[in-house]
Design a protein around this ligand. Structure first.
Ligand code: NAI
Ligand code: HPV
Length: 528
């Protein structure tokens, strides 16, 4: 994948100027355009290979489809729910965020909401500004000794817990992934959600918005809460069901809500905002100078590092690439693609089964990216749209190719590490073994026969299986010479049952492979 090809980036939201500056200093051209319509974006985006947004721009499947050259979508912030990540993955586009840049700011706003809910500070301010001096109306309740339930104990949930403990609040929570022993280390005891609801005086949510978190607080769960529970949502609109919240506020089941985020932004339905027990902000969790500098700097640095092939930080849809972006892994990716190409030439493509095995301790973490690289080689010629390491698995699945991968530490081959690709398709199967020698991908063996000299997998290649005794070789050389082709390299395998595999590097591919096929058992040619 030509990651270095990110040269022009479009920014459509208010990202701190440090981002543009850093990208420009690294030779990347940056254009800032604001408030573009979906149609304008669909037409403009074609000219860019990078796109940076915050939460305002919705990077829809339409935009991604129109973005013919896009390699990277950078989110200067945490949530990527405004980006159609599946559509991007399918197109082989990396989606990257800056997950820790705004953690503290979002946590501080959440704590501010809790404090404001306990003392109705915003309502009191509005009342005074309206000329009143109403001391009775704004009787509050201390936070000291109260219980705060935190749903989602990741980066922000943790920072909220630590801060609210200093008010003397008891912090409890729930997270399906973070182990209770870890949350106990920052003072949060975990409960199941069923157990949690009735224990809380305040509930704050800090999860991403996804099907399992949409409507976490709804009519049923509000009913399980303490009467008068106060809730905060500084994560994503929709985690607390807005209609259910309004009903709970009206019945008094919910005593107040602090909302920074809304299902629709800006909200068209004003019922919640107009409710006297609701305090709200226009999605300001990350809107601090410090958070914006961090997010702007982080996204620019991460993109520059990716372009230079130094590291892949913050990619949300390219886990495979995280291990793949090292100087040591680059030749292996080339090898994987070459072995994929070779497998395609030997077996065809339809509904194949592919098994990729890595051998040798140093390739312990390589099976993921190597199998993706093999699929890139397998799929490359079939697909009109570009296939790369990011979308290879998805596209393979769509093409009916089943992939499995495994690793063995022991090295059964003379070279220390190897990649074995076993492909079966259309009743034909092929097992090829490759490795890296002096940074060059080489073929070690095929279907149990080992090449006497590892063959460099580069250029225009002809592979055939023929009888070891016959005059096949001079015949093939004659055919090639008649076609005006030079043989640039040659290697043959050991002889098995009177036959051997031969591999030739040619000055170009043969127009008439059938002329070779007449004299051999099987033949394939391809370019790498
Ligand atoms: N209002 C704002 O401006 C900002 C909002 N956010 C939002 O805050 C949210 C959390 O951000 P981080 O803490 O950085 O993310 P994080 O990934 O560190 O933490 C999220 C946690 O939610 C947990 N989780 C997932 N499903 C869950 C479920 N069903 N129930 C309970 N927990 C569940 C995960 O295991 C994870 O530990 C994100 O949605 C993000 O977009 C982040 C920054 C600013
Ligand atoms: O980082 C997040 O998830 C946020 O919600 C912040 O959004 P913003 O960058 O302020 O549009």
């Amino acid at each position: 994948m030509a990651l270095s090809a990110v040269r022009r980036i479009l920014i459509t939201d208010n990202v701190d100027p440090i981002c543009k500056k850093t990208l420009q200093e690294n030779g990347i051209e940056v254009t800032e355009r604001h408030q573009m319509s979906n149609e304008e974006l669909c037409s403009e985006i074609k000219a860019y290979d990078g796109f940076i947004v915050r939460s305002a721009t919705k990077v829809t499947a339409d935009i991604i489809k129109a973005a013919e050259n896009l390699k990277i979508i950078g989110r200067a912030g945490t949530g990527v729910d405004n980006v159609d990540v599946d559509a991007a993955t399918k197109r082989g586009i990396i989606v990257m965020n800056t997950p820790s840049g705004n953690t503290i700011s979002a946590a501080e706003l959440t704590c501010g909401m809790v404090v404001c809910l306990s003392r109705q500070i915003p309502q009191a301010v509005m009342s005074m500004k309206a000329g009143k001096w109403d001391r009775k109306k704004f009787m509050g309740a201390e936070l000291y000794g109260k219980t705060l339930g935190i749903v989602g104990l990741g980066r922000i949930g943790k920072e909220v817990a630590i801060r609210m403990q200093s008010f003397g609040m008891k912090t409890i929570g729930y997270d399906p992934i973070i182990p209770p022993a870890i949350t106990a280390s920052f003072g949060v005891e975990q409960f199941s959600l069923e157990e949690l609801w009735p224990l809380c005086d305040y509930i704050t949510v800090h999860t991403p918005l996804m099907p399992s978190t949409t409507g976490l607080l709804n009519d049923t769960t509000f009913a399980k809460c303490k009467k008068g529970v106060k809730v905060v949502n500084c994560a994503r609109g929709g985690i607390i069901d807005e209609d259910a919240l309004l009903r709970a506020l009206e019945s008094g089941q919910c005593g107040g809500a602090g909302l920074d985020v809304f299902a629709e932004e800006p909200p068209v339905n004003r019922s919640l905002i107009d409710h006297p027990n609701v305090i709200c902000c226009p999605h300001l969790g990350a809107s601090t100078k410090e958070a914006q500098i961090r997010c702007g700097q982080d996204i620019a640095t991460q993109i520059v590092q990716m372009v230079h092939g130094e590291a892949l930080i913050g990619a949300v849809n390219a886990q495979i690439l995280v291990n793949a972006l090292t100087p040591e892994s680059k030749p292996w990716i080339k090898l994987g693609e070459a072995l994929g190409c070779l497998s395609r030439a030997c077996t065809g493509l339809t509904r194949s089964q592919v098994q990729v095995t890595t051998t040798g301790h140093n390739l312990k973490n390589a099976a993921g990216y190597l199998s993706a690289a093999v699929l890139v080689g397998l799929l490359r010629e079939k697909l009109v749209n570009g296939v790369n390491i990011i979308n290879a698995l998805t596209l393979a699945e769509e093409a009916g190719i089943a992939v499995s991968k495994s690793h063995v530490d022991a090295c059964p081959f003379p070279s220390s590490e190897a990649c074995i690709v076993d492909v079966s398709a259309n009743g034909v199967s092929c097992k090829i073994v490759g490795s890296i020698q002096g940074n060059i991908p080489v073929l070690l063996g095929i279907n149990g026969s080992v090449f006497k000299k590892p063959f460099s997998l580069n250029g225009n290649l002809l592979l055939f299986r023929a009888s070891a005794k016959s005059q096949v070789l001079p015949t093939i050389a004659g055919i090639l010479s008649e076609s005006g082709l030079d043989i640039e390299s040659y290697s043959a395998s050991s002889v098995t049952e009177g036959e051997q595999w031969c591999m030739m590097g040619l000055s170009s591919l043969l127009d008439n492979l059938a002329a070779v096929k007449v004299h051999v058992k099987e033949a394939a040619q391809f370019s790498i």
